[in-house]
Ligand binder design. Structure first.
Ligand code: B1M
Length: 233
């Protein structure tokens, strides 16, 4: 995006300039600069979640638009994703540091055919920060992996992520298989990913669609509270 990055000293920029520069650096896949920017903002007292949403997710949104419009291609987007992940890994322990007691257990993974994992990693971080124990089973998950994981991990919640219109229908395959096995109602099923919406969530039989990681946390808390209320009624 910018070609004058060499001369810029990140620590000399004010907050707004720094965030803008980090978006440029994310676009250019500059991992070390992103790490430095994250550390500077932390040093200036920014909350980890604010850095995540304003600088990193904000930067990735610009990447997404240019990817869609054919201005960026897979290799560049992979570099941007690597820079984003580097920034996220600095924030991860800080988001998980709230000391909240465990309030529920979740398995999360991206569906078969889909290798996008940044969003579900972010959801994992936020859920852990809110006091959930999360088993993240990664990308490209067939129905068998989900079902094995929810049993093994004794999960309350199954979270599924899909970023492609071609892979999102697979969520229904997982839910239908759970129905066939008579276990659908034993788990709260939450779904998310950029191409989904509430209507889709309802149509496939999920309990809820979560627009972003913060909504995922709120929704999970709500459903866990309902589950406990039902159990004690
Ligand atoms: Co891909 N890609 N990509 N890609 N990629 C998209 C999704 C796309 C929209 C880009 C575009 O055209 N604008 C487009 C999909 C079009 C469509 O289906 N309609 C697309 C395409 C076409 C492709 C390929 C087919 C490209 C190709 O090969 N020709 C290919 C497919 C590979 C595959 O999966 N089989 C591909 C590949 C890749 C990369 C490997 C290069 C890379 C992924 C790297 C990685 O993840 N490790 C990549 C990336 C980075 C993107 C974009 C640019 C960014 C995605 C992202 O990380 N966003 C994306 C464009 C976009 O989405 N704007 C794009 C940031 C992240 C924080 O947001 O993932 O939405 P998101 O997660 C949010 C919410 O959605 C929600 O919370 C998260 C945090 O707030 N959420 C959940 C997500 N999952 C949840 C689960 C929950 C709850 C909430 O469970 C409870």
């Amino acid at each position: 995006m910018s070609d004058d990055g060499d001369d810029i000293i990140l620590s000399e920029l004010d907050d707004a300039e720094l965030v803008e520069q980090m978006m440029d650096d994310l676009y250019d896949g500059l991992k070390e600069e992103i790490e430095e920017g994250v550390n500077i903002l932390l040093g200036r007292g920014w909350a980890p979640y604010r850095i995540l949403t304003e600088a990193l997710v904000g930067g990735m949104t610009i990447v997404g638009k240019d990817f869609r419009d054919g201005i960026l291609f897979v290799p560049e987007v992979l570099l941007a994703a690597g820079a984003m992940k580097a920034g996220m890994s600095i924030l991860k322990p800080l988001l998980a540091e709230t000391g909240a007691p465990t309030i529920g257990r979740m398995v999360i993974g991206t569906v078969k055919g889909d290798i996008h994992d940044i969003g579900q990693n972010l959801v994992t971080m936020m859920m852990e920060g809110a006091g959930f124990e999360v088993k993240n089973i990664g990308i490209n998950n067939p129905v068998e992996s989900y079902i094995e994981a929810i049993h093994e991990f004794d999960a309350d919640i199954l979270g599924m992520s899909a970023l492609l219109t071609t892979t999102m229908p697979y969520m229904k395959v997982v839910i239908d298989t759970m129905k066939e096995q008579g276990i659908r109602d034993d788990f709260i099923v939450l779904v998310g990913g950029a191409p989904l919406n509430e209507e889709f969530g309802r149509a496939i039989g999920a309990d809820a669609y979560c627009r972003d990681a913060a909504v995922a946390v709120e929704t999970a808390k709500e459903f866990i509270a309902r589950k406990h209320n039902q159990a004690s009624a």
